[in-house]
Design a binder for this molecule. Structure first.
Ligand code: ZN
Ligand code: ZN
Length: 1010
C-alpha cells in the first residue's frame, strides 16, 4: 500500500503550522514587487460601475500612530477593498494634517523656548517654520511604516499636505466665499484662551479637553451700599474674576431671602438658604424677610477692591457698574442664586454687559497676566491671583468660606492648562447665522448608530460663532489686509492676486507662511495708504476642514464631493466632522454636508478599560505591536471584539486566542483541501459543480454546505453595509469553525479516506464543493484580513488554476447564487444536528463515551421530520455512532417497560432513546476506538501526516480481559489508524523501543509506533 501523502508534503503546500508573521512578510513582498496596490486602483479607475468619493481625515503629524488610530484605519481599508471588489472606484488617497499648535508646542520644547516672544526674538520665525516642517516628517515616517505593516492600501503618492501653498490657496477660497457673504469678519467677543499656548481656542476645541482639576470654591460677601450690615452672598470657583467684577445678577422672578447671621444680613435665593447654611456650617440663622428678585435690580453694592484697583474706582462712577441686574440665565437651584459678573471673563457676563452698554473691563496681556489697569494685581498671572483675592477678601472680612474642590473643568486639549475666558478682538466665521442650514445638512447624513448622531446634532445646535483666528506662527495665514489710515479691509485669496497687488516683489523663498506673508504690503484702494496683514493664522481645524475642496482639483471636487463614506473617532463630532460641515455649508451656500455617511467609532482603551495615555504608559503603538503580533489577527480582532461605536478594551492577550483560532482554522482547511485534492488530481476547471451534478455525485451534505454559503454571503454583505462589523465577522467565524470544520468535514471525512478509484468521482465532488465554498469565503475575508487571503489566493487558488487574477484584490465580490439555495436541505440538516446533539447529551447522562458504539437508537419526531432524518440515515449512524436506528412518531411502549435499558434526551418534539446495553462485540469495538484515538494523537505528535502508512503500531501491558475483547478488531483498528499491523504485547520488554505511557481504565498502557 502506497502512502497517500509524503511526509515532506507540507513544504510544498502550506506549512504544518499557521505562522501569520511569515505569511504577512511574504505577502507584503509580493504586493510591492508586483505593484498590486497601484494596479488595483488603476483597474477600477479604468473600469468601474460608479465612483464613491472619499477624503482622508488627516492624522496630525504630531503623534506616534497607535491602536486607536488603526481601529479607524482598519475600517477605512475594509471599506476600500470591499467596495473596489464590488466594482466601485474610490479615491483612497492619504492626507496629512501638518500645522497648528501641537506641532508648535513640540518644536518649542525642542528649541527650549517658552513663548511667542521667544520665537520672534531668540529663534526667528524662519527657523521656527523650518523646524516645524522637520518635526512633522519624523511622524510621517512612522505612519507610512504602519500603513505598510497593517496592510492599509491607501495611496500615499496622492497624499495632501495641509501646509503646502497650493493647499492653503484653495483653503482661502472657503474664506473668500464667507467674506463675500458677510459671514467672516472681525469681532470682539469672549473666547476660550490658553495662557500657555497664548492663543484663543474654538468652541469645538474647548470640548476636546475636559479634565478633573482642583480649584478653590468660595462663598464671599458684597456689601449693599449705604447699609450697615447687609450683604449679597456670592459663590465662585474662579476667585481671580472678582478683580474684573462689574455687576451682580439675580433671577427676576425668584424669591430671595434676607438671612440674619450674627449681626449681619445676607441676601441670596430663598430656596438655597438651608443647603448653603448647612454647607457653611452656620447653625444659628433666621430668615427675616423675603423679596422678589426684580426688587433687587438696581441696588448698588460696594466693590471690595475699590481702594487697590484704581480703574474700578473710575468704572464705579458709571451708572450701572456695581449694581444688581436681572438675568434669566441665573440659576437659583445651585450656589446662592446671586451671580457676580465679569464681562471680560465670561460669555454670559459679556452678553449681559453689552446689552446694557456697561464697559468691558479686560486688564490682561497675552500671557494672561494682569496689566497696570488692575492696580495691585498688575503683573500677576490670572490664576495665580486666586489666592491674593482670597486673602484680600479675608482681610476685609468678606470671606464666608473657602475650600478646595475637584471638578471637571475645560483644559487646553494640547497643553492641558486650565483655560480662561477673555474678551478679545478676533476673526469669526458667523456660522451661527447659517445654523439652520448646517443642522438641516447634518440631518440628511447617515450615521449608522443613534448615539453618535444625537451627540453630533446636539453639538451643532449650540450654534456659536466660530473663532478662526489664532495668535500663532505655524498655520495657514489669515489673508486679510487692513489700511493703516482708513481701516479699509481686503481679503486676498490667491498668490497670484497677492503678487500683483504687492507694493514690493516678494523674496524668492516666499511661501504662504509667517514671516514671509507679513512682509507683503498692499496699497489701499480707497485712500492710497499702506495696508498690512492682520497678523493671525487660522485655526488648524479650519485648515483640515478645508480638505474636500483644497485637496482636489475642481474637476475632482465635482466628482467626489459629497463623499460617500467617512469614518473617524467619536471625538471628531466636535472636531473634523464639524469643521468639514461648517465650511462646506459656507462654501456651497447649500444645506448639504460634504459626506453622505459618517461613522463615528469608539475609542480603544487598554485591557482594563482605562483610557490610553502617555502618563499611564499604556499607549499601544502600532509599529511595535505589529513586530510581535500579526496584522491580520489584529484587524480581525478589532472588528470581532465589539460594535464599532463602542469603546473597545484592547487586550493583546486575546489576539492569540479566538481570532488566531479562526484564521488558523481557515488556513488548515486549505491545507487539508490541498493535500487531498492534489492527490486525486482535482482540476477546478474540469471538476466543477456542474460536472458533479451531471455525474450525480453531489450529496445532501454538499448541497447543504453550498446553501449555507449563500446565506452567509448575503448576511455578511448586509452587515458590512450597516457597519455592524462585529456581527459580520461573526458570520465568518461561524462558517469556518462550526459549519465547515466541525460539521461538513467530519461528515465527508469517510468519503475522503478511501483511495479507491471506484469512488473517485465522489471525492472530486467534495473538492469541487470545498473549492467553491472556501474560495468564496476567502473573498469575504479579504477586506478584513488581506494578508492570509492573498496568501491563500496565491498558494491554493492560483496554484491550481493559473488563469486566476494576479491578486485577490482584482477579484469580484461574491454574489448569492439562487440556484444553490436549498431551504429544505438546510432544514433537514438542522434537524439532524439537533438529533445528534441529543444523542450526545443522552450519552453524557448515561456515561457512555461518544467513541463507544451502541446497538440502537430510537428517534421520536413528527412525521415530516422523520422523513428528513430517514434521508440522512447514513450520516446519523456515523455521527451518533450507533449500529441501527428506529423511527417513531410516539415514544414506544418498550421504553417504559424496560426503562433502565434506555438513555434519553429530548428537546421540543424531538426525542432520542439510546440502547445502553453493550455486548462483548460492542465492548471490544469501544476499546478499539478508545485506543485508536490515542494512536491518532501520537501520530500527530510524532509529525506523521494524516495519511502516512505506518509499519506497525505496538500496544503493551493492556489487561487480559481488554486484550481478549479487542482481539477481533485488530484488523479494523489497523485500517483506522493507517498502519500495516497492530501488535499487542504483554510486556514492554518484548520490543526495544521508546514507549509512550497512557492511562486506560485507571491502568497504565504503553503505545509506540514503528
Ligand atoms: Zn494650551
Ligand atoms: Zn485706506
Amino acid at each position: 500500500m502506497a502512502a497517500k501523502f509524503k511526509a515532506d508534503d507540507s513544504k510544498r503546500w502550506l506549512t504544518l503550522e499557521y505562522r501569520p508573521l511569515e505569511v504577512e512578510h511574504q505577502v507584503r513582498e509580493f504586493w510591492e514587487k508586483n505593484q498590486v496596490k497601484q494596479k488595483m486602483e488603476k483597474l477600477r479607475e479604468e473600469n468601474n460601475r460608479g465612483l464613491l468619493g472619499f477624503v482622508e481625515g488627516p492624522p496630525t503629524l504630531n503623534g506616534i500612530p497607535h491602536i486607536g488610530h488603526y481601529r479607524g484605519r482598519a475600517i477605512k481599508d475594509l471599506r476600500y477593498r470591499w467596495k473596489t471588489m464590488q466594482g466601485f472606484y474610490v479615491p483612497f488617497w492619504a492626507g496629512w494634517d501638518c500645522q497648528g499648535l501641537p506641532v508648535e508646542l513640540e518644536v518649542e520644547r525642542e528649541l527650549k523656548v517658552r513663548s511667542k516672544k521667544d520665537i520672534e526674538e531668540k529663534v526667528g520665525e524662519e527657523r521656527f517654520i523650518a523646524e516645524c516642517k522637520k518635526a512633522i516628517m519624523k511622524y510621517h515616517k512612522e505612519w507610512f511604516e504602519a500603513d505598510k505593516k497593517f496592510g492599509v492600501f491607501m495611496n500615499h503618492d496622492k497624499a495632501y499636505w495641509t501646509y503646502l501653498d497650493e493647499y492653503i490657496e484653495r483653503e482661502w477660497q472657503y474664506l473668500k466665499r464667507a467674506w463675500d457673504q458677510g459671514l467672516l469678519g472681525e469681532g470682539y467677543y469672549v473666547v476660550a484662551y490658553c495662557p500657555h499656548c497664548q492663543t484663543s481656542l474654538s468652541n469645538a476645541e474647548v470640548g476636546l479637553g475636559y479634565e478633573q482639576v482642583e480649584d478653590q470654591s468660595l462663598y464671599f460677601k458684597m456689601k449693599v451700599r449705604e447699609t450697615e450690615n447687609e450683604y449679597f452672598l456670592v459663590w465662585t470657583t474662579m476667585p481671580f474674576t472678582v478683580v474684573t467684577d462689574t455687576l451682580l445678577a439675580v433671577l427676576p422672578e425668584a424669591e430671595y431671602a434676607k438671612v440674619k447671621v450674627g449681626n449681619e444680613k445676607w441676601i441670596f435665593a430663598k430656596q438655597r438658604v438651608e443647603p448653603v447654611m448647612q454647607e457653611l456650617k452656620v447653625k444659628e440663622y433666621q430668615v427675616t424677610e423675603t423679596i422678589i428678585g426684580k426688587k433687587l435690580v438696581g441696588v448698588k453694592y460696594d466693590y471690595p477692591f475699590l481702594d487697590t484697583v484704581p480703574k474700578q474706582q473710575e468704572l464705579d462712577k458709571q451708572p450701572l457698574v456695581h449694581t444688581v441686574i436681572g438675568e434669566d440665565f441665573v440659576d437659583v437651584s445651585t450656589a446662592t442664586g446671586v451671580v457676580h459678573l465679569s464681562p471680560g471673563n465670561g460669555e454670559d457676563d459679556f452678553r449681559a454687559a453689552q446689552k446694557l452698554k456697561v464697559p468691558i473691563y479686560v486688564p490682561f496681556d497675552d500671557d494672561a497676566q494682569f496689566t497696570a489697569e488692575a492696580g495691585e494685581f498688575a503683573g500677576v498671572f490670572a490664576r495665580d491671583a486666586d489666592s491674593m483675592v482670597i486673602d484680600n477678601l479675608r482681610k476685609k472680612n468678606l470671606l464666608a468660606s473657602v475650600k478646595t474642590v475637584r471638578h471637571e473643568y475645560p483644559t487646553c486639549w494640547r497643553s492641558h492648562h486650565k483655560l480662561l475666558w477673555l474678551a478679545r478682538r478676533e476673526y469669526y466665521l458667523w456660522t451661527d447665522k447659517v445654523n439652520a442650514k448646517v443642522v438641516e445638512a447634518a440631518e440628511k447624513v447617515g450615521y449608522f448608530f443613534e448615539g453618535p448622531k444625537n451627540r453630533f446634532l446636539a453639538f451643532l445646535k449650540e450654534r456659536k460663532p466660530w473663532c478662526v483666528s489664532r495668535d500663532r506662527v505655524w498655520g495657514a495665514p489669515l489673508p486679510v489686509w487692513v489700511c493703516e489710515n482708513c481701516k479699509h479691509k481686503v481679503l486676498v485669496a490667491s498668490k497670484k492676486e497677492l503678487f500683483e497687488k504687492a507694493l514690493e516683489k516678494p523674496s524668492s523663498d516666499f511661501e504662504l507662511h509667517k514671516p514671509w506673508i507679513d512682509r507683503i504690503v498692499l496699497k489701499c484702494e480707497k485712500c492710497g495708504a499702506k495696508m498690512k496683514r492682520e497678523p493671525y493664522v487660522l485655526d488648524t481645524w479650519h485648515n483640515s476642514g478645508a480638505c474636500p475642496y483644497a485637496r482636489f482639483t475642481d474637476n475632482e471636487f465635482q466628482k467626489y464631493v459629497p463623499t460617500d463614506f467617512l469614518v473617524e473617532a467619536i471625538d471628531q463630532t466636535r472636531g473634523w466632522a464639524n469643521t468639514l460641515l461648517l465650511e462646506h455649508v459656507l462654501f456651497t451656500n447649500k444645506a448639504e454636508a460634504p459626506y453622505k455617511n459618517y461613522l463615528f467609532y469608539g475609542f480603544a482603551l487598554d485591557a482594563k478599560g482605562r483610557k490610553m495615555s502617555k502618563s499611564l504608559g499604556n499607549v499601544l503603538e502600532i509599529n511595535p505591536l505589529l513586530k510581535q503580533y500579526s496584522a491580520d489577527v489584529c484587524r480581525f480582532y478589532l472588528f470581532w471584539k465589539c460594535s464599532p461605536v463602542d469603546s473597545m478594551n484592547f487586550d493583546a492577550k486575546e489576539l492569540t486566542k479566538r481570532p488566531y483560532q479562526v484564521l488558523g482554522t481557515l488556513y488548515h482547511l486549505h491545507r487539508f483541501f490541498m493535500q487531498n485534492s492534489e492527490y486525486d488530481h482535482f482540476n477546478p476547471r474540469e471538476h466543477t459543480l456542474k460536472w458533479a451534478k451531471e455525474k450525480n455525485a453531489l450529496k445532501h451534505v454538499d448541497r447543504w454546505l453550498l446553501s449555507k454559503l449563500q446565506q452567509t454571503v448575503e448576511d455578511y454583505t448586509a452587515k458590512l453595509e450597516t457597519c455592524e462589523f462585529n456581527f459580520a465577522v461573526e458570520q465568518l467565524e461561524t462558517f469556518v469553525v462550526d459549519i465547515i470544520s466541525r460539521q461538513y468535514v467530519p461528515m465527508v471525512r469517510r468519503d475522503l479516506w478511501s483511495d479507491d478509484p471506484q469512488t473517485l468521482n465522489r471525492r472530486l465532488t467534495i473538492y469541487a464543493t470545498l473549492w467553491k465554498t472556501l474560495k468564496t469565503l476567502v473573498l469575504l475575508f479579504n477586506p478584513v484580513t488581506p494578508f492570509i487571503s492573498e496568501f491563500l489566493h496565491q498558494n491554493v487558488y492560483r496554484e491550481l488554476d493559473n488563469a486566476m487574477p494576479e491578486s485577490i484584490n482584482y477579484e469580484k465580490w461574491p454574489a448569492t447564487d439562487a440556484a444553490l439555495q436549498d431551504a429544505d436541505t438546510e432544514h433537514a440538516f438542522d434537524t439532524l444536528q439537533k438529533t445528534v446533539a441529543l444523542t450526545y447529551s443522552a450519552r453524557q447522562t448515561a456515561q457512555l463515551k461518544r467513541r463507544w458504539p451502541l446497538q440502537k437508537a430510537v428517534l421520536v419526531a413528527p412525521e415530516n421530520e422523520l422523513e428528513n432524518l430517514k434521508n440522512l440515515e447514513d450520516l446519523f449512524l456515523e455521527l451518533a455512532n450507533v449500529k441501527t436506528v428506529e423511527y417513531n412518531e410516539k415514544t414506544p411502549e418498550t421504553a417504559s417497560t424496560t426503562q433502565e435499558r434506555w438513555a434519553k434526551a429530548s428537546e421540543g418534539d424531538l426525542q432520542v432513546l439510546l440502547d445502553k446495553q453493550r455486548d462483548e462485540k460492542l465492548l471490544g469495538e469501544g476499546i478499539m476506538r478508545d485506543l485508536a484515538r490515542r494512536v491518532q494523537a501520537l501520530r500527530k505528535e510524532l509529525g506523521f501526516t494524516p495519511t502516512d502508512i505506518l509499519d506497525a503500531v505496538h500496544l503493551a501491558e493492556l489487561d487480559a480481559e481488554s486484550t481478549r475483547l479487542l482481539e477481533p478488531y485488530l484488523i479494523e483498528m489497523a485500517e483506522l489508524v493507517r498502519t500495516k499491523k497492530v501488535n499487542v504485547h504483554k510486556e514492554r520488554a518484548e520490543v526495544k523501543t521508546e514507549w509512550h505511557e497512557y492511562t486506560f481504565d485507571d491502568k497504565k498502557l504503553y503505545v509506540t509506533i514503528t
